[in-house]
Design a protein around this ligand. Structure first.
Ligand code: TYD
Length: 356
């Protein structure tokens, strides 16, 4: 019986498995590549390791000597064309003669997995991108559901930047994206934002936020059904965290806030909390030259933060330290989201296989 050809999803999963193995070896192994473009492609694909360019480093003899001196092992990762194969052979001979241990399995796995699309390491990231696009097109064809991702955090925690950068990063990866926010700019959301109902209590405001959310959730579900990844800036946790934290002394009962939001709690596929000390977040807000809103008082935001962390425990949010630069936080957020997108795809793939 001839083996089944690999599907795109299985091929991609196996590529990621090989890269994961490389990351696991990174503490003790140096990755031997041909040139700097290979390093860029590996870094783009999520590999964080020590690299050595065999070409600019003086060839296989020098490479083997350098490893022998440093006492590290090697991952041989030359291209899988004729030149790359003979270079791998030379490396193997030189490393063996000096007693340096090396891994060749990762190279042969990647060669097998990438061969239909590319014969060199420098194309690795574009192979991954291409497979992701093909999978997405197939999912769209099958009307696969997209995902709802929520980003939460106190004012000044960098949510808006993280949401828009996340949108850009996922678009580049071939995903179809909707970036949205609460309160919305639609009917009830616009009413809340206009501030045209002065003097309303926090409880009434919580009901308005929930009413806005009800319409918004229907729209988000529709987008997800169309196969889109929906990125939402604030969701039900904002109401629980903000309206229970005693702004102007008028805190609302937490259990009641949870009860009016019960039907929203399991809608997101992933909620990320950007956690930040309010002292830092307020400094950011004032550096932006924005006037402090009533929500932006230090003590109040401290309580909001505590409540967010409690909700994160209860509802399994992913907590990310938001004290880094906006770009590094956005990258960390994107990595978490991609993990979930990938892992859900993996589950679907296994379910499909089990059913067939
Ligand atoms: P924010 O995300 O700062 O929106 P923008 O930057 O577009 O003005 O949200 C506005 C404020 O609304 C914010 O301080 C938190 C508050 N808020 C609540 O108190 N409860 C809620 O349910 C939501 C969604 C927001």
């Amino acid at each position: 019986m001839s083996p089944q050809p690999l599907g795109d999803q299985e091929r991609l999963d196996k590529i990621f498995e090989a890269l994961d193995r490389m990351n696991e070896l990174a503490a003790t192994h140096t990755v031997l590549v041909e040139g700097v473009k290979d390093i860029a492609a590996l870094k783009n694909s999520g590999v964080e390791a020590q690299f050595y360019c065999v070409q600019s480093g003086g060839g296989p003899v020098r490479a083997a000597e350098a490893l022998w001196k440093s006492g590290r092992s090697a991952v041989i990762l030359t291209d899988w064309d004729r030149r790359g194969n003979s270079l791998a052979e030379d490396l193997r001979a030189n490393l063996s003669s000096l007693g340096v241990r090396f891994d060749e399995e990762i190279r042969s796995d990647l060669a097998f997995l990438c061969r239909p699309y590319a014969k060199d390491v420098e194309s690795l990231d574009s192979v991954i991108l291409r497979l992701q696009k093909q999978i997405l097109e197939e999912q769209r064809g099958n009307r696969m559901r997209g995902k709802i991702v929520v980003i939460e955090g106190i004012d000044g925690s960098g949510k808006s930047t993280a949401c828009s950068r996340l949108g850009e990063i996922l678009s580049e990866r071939g995903f179809s994206i909707v970036v949205t926010a609460e309160p919305t700019h639609e009917r009830i959301g616009a009413l809340i934002r206009s501030g045209s109902i002065p003097g309303i209590s926090q409880a009434t405001e919580a009901l308005l936020f929930a009413a806005d959310r009800s319409d918004h959730t229907e729209a988000m579900e529709r987008w997800a059904e169309e196969g889109k990844v929906v990125i939402c800036d604030r969701y039900f946790a904002s109401t629980v965290a903000y309206q229970s934290s005693g702004l102007d002394g008028s805190e609302v009962d937490r259990d009641w806030l949870l009860s009016i939001n019960r039907r929203f709690a399991d809608r997101p596929d992933l909620t990320i909390l950007l956690d930040l000390d309010p002292e830092v977040s307020l400094a950011r807000v004032s550096a932006r030259g924005e006037g402090e809103s009533k929500f932006e008082k230090l003590g109040f935001l401290g309580r909001v933060r505590e409540e967010y962390l409690r909700l994160a425990e209860e509802f399994g949010f992913t907590v990310i330290d938001a004290s880094g630069s906006p770009e590094s936080v956005a990258r960390e957020v994107a990595a978490k989201v991609e993990e979930v997108l990938r892992c859900i795809r993996r589950k679907r793939y296994s379910a499909r296989r089990a059913a067939s």
